[in-house]
Design a binder for this molecule. Sequence first.
Ligand SMILES: [Zn+2]
Length: 117
Amino acid sequence: MKILYSTIAIVSLSIMAEICPTCGLPKDLCVCSEIDREQQRIRIRLETRKFGRPTTIVDGINDKNTNLASTAQKLKGVCACGGTAKNGQILLQGDHREKVREYLIKLGYPEENIELQ
Ligand SMILES: [Zn+2]
C-alpha cells in the first residue's frame, strides 16, 4: 500500500509540473506561448562587423517560453555556421536571413511579424 501511495504522489507531482504558471491550464491546452509569439515583432538584419564579415542579427525573440541560447544553437545547425546569443539577440556569422526567417516560421512565429531588413 505504501508503494502505491508514493507512486500516486509522484504521478500527481508530474501532472502539477505540466500546468502553465501564467494561465493555470495544463500545458497541452495552454496557448500562452502562441499568444506570446503572435505579439512579438522579430527583426532579422544584416550587419557588417569587424573585418568586413557579414553577420545576421535576429532580435525581438523575447517570449518566456523560448530559450534564446537553444534557439541560437538550432539556428547554427540549420545554417551550418557559427553564432552566439547575447543581450536578447542571436548573432550568426554570414548572411542567413532567409533561412532564419523560414526556420522561425516553422517554429510558429507568424510570418507577418518577421521583418527582414
Ligand atoms: Zn498558459
